[in-house]
Design a protein. Structure first.
Length: 455
């Protein structure tokens, strides 16, 4: 799960029938540039060399020549004029971003469509189209069908669910604002920015998204507002919740003994059939969160914290299972781990509660069970942020209706790690993960007494 929206640095996304990829855009003398070799490398056989005062590039056996500091060039035997000077920096040939449609068409021999304002470049027939329709069921659901599988980053905020598509060549529908005859889901908007596309679905209550049809269908539903009661834990005498039942077809998680009270529960998001975000073609979010959860668990235990890692392998676990196991363990703090490919550093989330749910007598509404622990969660969030900043890790503190945070009867924080400096390969770096794990452990140590008092 990545909930950060568009990346801060300028990006160019390139979409072809074979693959999609993203490149950094450099601003030079008021003009946006991109490396020509880097654009062509995923598309064919390419090499480059400096020869005298010229920079020569060979693509699929055909030579092209560019002159640093000038606009004139020869591309595969034909004269070509760039809209701004060609630049050569440390052997890297840079071309103006605005030249890409006509320049790449010369190299590739296929139509090239460039959405220049959003820096999204489509090669050939790479576009993904979609339709959206609200089915008037109870509750109503928005069904979105895509012509190819998609895997967007999803973020929720009051009145809106945002889906950000960074690797999919999604193109706008006929109108960028879609209206539906439904008070629960009245509209959706499409926009493009910084190498990504976004669909924002609007509604008066929190919305949730689910995937089907191999990633070709996304179904969006309002969050359930009818209370499903869970017994409220008393300060001294609350009875443990029963251990959850295993999801069919998945390895059953070990039951939590009611005699053991863990200080920390660490939850690696996703797992098993649920891959999470596709951080790259080879890297799934579920694998990153598992490795980090095991590392964090070891770090916490080494500092004397009794720690339960909910998922120690590639196991499918539902959100209710995770919440029930956590509540049965009576921890001082629950930490849920996510990973993202966009943005940098760490994002810390505490629960944002749906409206209209309330406790009744000795029972808590399941979707707001966290409400009595809001202050403790914010204390933990602040302490974690302080320790991360001490180690020069970029950090943001946010609110989001992320399950199972809302269902946890303890201090609860979700931690989403992104690459430290925008380099995706560093996300799985042991050194980086260890630095974050040390920061988290120090943050919990700093408020150990305050968290323990809430148990």
């Amino acid at each position: 799960m990545a909930v950060s929206g568009f990346a801060d640095e300028k990006r160019l996304s390139v979409y072809s029938g074979a693959m999609s990829y993203s490149l950094t855009v450099l601003e030079k003398n008021g003009t946006d540039y991109v490396g020509l070799l880097e654009i062509l490398q995923p598309l064919g056989s390419v090499s480059a060399r400096t020869e005298g005062r010229s920079w020569r590039l060979n693509y699929n056996g055909a030579d092209s020549e560019f002159t640093p500091g000038g606009t004139g060039a020869r591309v595969q035997g034909q004269a070509f004029d760039l809209p701004a000077n060609f630049l050569l920096e440390n052997g890297r040939g840079l071309v103006p971003l605005s030249s890409l449609p006509s320049l790449l068409q010369r190299f590739l021999g296929v139509p090239v469509n460039f959405h220049e304002a959003s820096r999204r470049l489509f090669i050939g027939n790479a576009a993904v189209h979609f339709t959206a329709q609200v089915n008037k069921t109870n509750p109503p659901i928005l069904v979105m069908n895509f012509t190819s599988p998609v895997n967007p980053m999803i973020a929720t905020e009051p009145g809106k669910l945002r889906m950000v598509f960074t690797r999919e060549p999604l193109v706008p529908p006929g109108s960028q604002t879609l209206t539906f005859d439904s008070p629960a889901i009245p509209s959706a908007t499409f926009q493009e920015n910084n190498g990504a596309a976004e669909i924002a679905v609007n509604g008066p209550v929190p919305l949730f998204a689910s995937f089907s049809n191999g990633g070709r269908t996304i179904t969006i539903t309002p969050a359930p507002q009818a209370p499903v009661h869970a017994q409220a834990p008393a300060a001294q005498s609350s009875a443990p919740l029963p251990p959850p039942q295993a999801t069919p077809g998945a390895a059953a998680p070990a039951p939590v003994s009611s005699a053991v009270h863990y200080f920390v529960v660490v939850d690696a998001s996703h797992g098993g059939d649920e891959r999470g975000a596709a951080l790259s073609d080879q890297l799934a979010e579920k694998n990153v969160t598992l490795v980090f959860a095991l590392r964090l668990g070891q770090q916490l235990q080494a500092h004397g914290f009794t720690t339960l890692v909910l998922r120690e392998g590639d196991t499918t676990m539902s959100l209710d299972q995770r919440a029930n196991m956590t509540n049965a363990a009576h921890p001082a703090i629950y930490i849920c781990l996510h990973a993202a490919s966009q943005g940098t550093g760490v994002r810390l989330y505490t629960a944002l509660f749906p409206t209209g749910a309330e406790g009744r007598g000795p029972f808590l509404d399941w979707n707001t069970a966290q409400s009595g622990f809001r202050a403790a969660s914010q204390v933990a969030q602040l302490s974690l942020a302080t320790e991360l900043r001490k180690r020069q890790i970029a950090v943001r503190s946010l609110l989001a209706p992320l399950r199972p945070l809302n269902n946890i009867t303890a201090a609860a924080v979700a931690i989403e790690i992104a690459p430290p400096a925008g380099k995706l390969a560093d996300l799985n770096s042991p050194a980086y993960q260890q630095l974050v794990a040390e920061s988290v452990t120090s943050g919990i140590e700093a408020v150990r007494d305050q968290l323990g008092a809430t148990r």
